[in-house]
Write a protein that binds this ligand. Sequence first.
Ligand code: 0X9
Ligand code: ZN
Length: 434
Amino acid sequence: MRFIQLIFLLFFSDAFTSPTGDTYMTYDKHTVLRIYPTTEDDVQFLRDLTDKICEIMKFPGIPGRPVDVMCPPEDIAKFKELIAEKGILVEEIIDDMGSLIREKVSLSSRMKRQVASMNWNDYQRYDTIIRWMEETALAHPTFTKLIDMGRSVEGRKLYVLKIGMSPLGDNTRAVWLDGGIHAREWISVSTATYILKNLITNFAAQNKTDCSDEVIRSVDWYIAPLLNPDGYEFTHTDDRLWRKNRRAPLTGSSCYGVDLNRNWGVAGYGVGASSKGCSEVYQGTAENSEPETQAIINTILKYTNNIRVYVSLHSYGQYWLTSWGYKNDLPEDYDKLVNLGRKGATAIRCINPSRVYTVGSGAGVLYAAGGASDDYMKAVAKIPYSFTIELPNEFTFVLDPSEIIPVGNEVWAAMKEMASEAARHPLGPDPATF
Ligand code: 0X9
Ligand code: ZN
């Protein structure tokens, strides 16, 4: 297979772009370190240090929780030396990010525009995903509706596909699932399309499927697999580790992008975020400033009487996160939220015993960060259950394409738990007070 790919690359090299082109970020010899701060002082030290050199990959900001940092070859010795002087434990988890990316990069990334038909053996490009969603809607008009939510900063389509055929009509409960808010988190996009494919198969087969799958058809589903299409395309063509959208720089700056998971207009906007355009967690010029954020808000607010569970797929780390993400206080219905999160995590473990998720509030088990979609959906849209799931693996965003189907099957099992809870939950705005 690799040989065939190589021949293809050699003979049709003009059909390929960045990974072999000039603008592609190679991350050659970039090392990822996992660092174990044990005190607040250690955490602050790491925060200050990573402001100056190297780049944060995961920063829980809580003593005892490991921090992942990527260093270019010119900084690694200095960084390690300073960490050692401080007496903080550190281990190398990825010795060369560049070679990891080259090894795992999909064939689809090397093409200018992907023309292949949809499949789950590889990560797919924007064109393929959009065309597949359009064809799927056309092929199944009785139980799907393609909703055009709007356009991204660069004019790409933002779609959500609704699947449902419940005889309850307006009283049908629903589950919303999205992916790809963060560009580099490819497994979130492939998992959302995988769930969508399974739903289509399930609804198309109707009562021919296993009775245990009946719960799937008792609710409506809204699946939005690719919420940051510009950033996603950029990760295929220029920089595999790009996180934000592709908002053009402000005058006087050369830095692109707003972090779409720091842009939502909700209590906590600005927490764990930055007002500086060059930051990886840039919150934007104002709450809901980004067209991607606005498009989702304008769409989802029409259905919030029915949507009982909101799930946003991210990676990495294997966390199932409940409210709140912006503060350490727990919501009054935390027990209810964490119980459903645990059911989801257990369903995943039943499919794959080695896949262990940490379940808890976003701020409690990861870090406090405001202006994220999960807090917006709970506090503003008043959806009773709002979760962010950090998909596998435990070390990196760069997952082999062979992980797409296993991770998809694991999350599919968890989605049945979400459907079963949504189906029995009262309609209307979440009554929890905050
Ligand atoms: O920081 C984020 O936006 C998410 N983690 S990621 O590594 N995928 O970037 C976590 C968001 C959790 N929710 C809130 N903090 N509200
Ligand atoms: Zn993310």
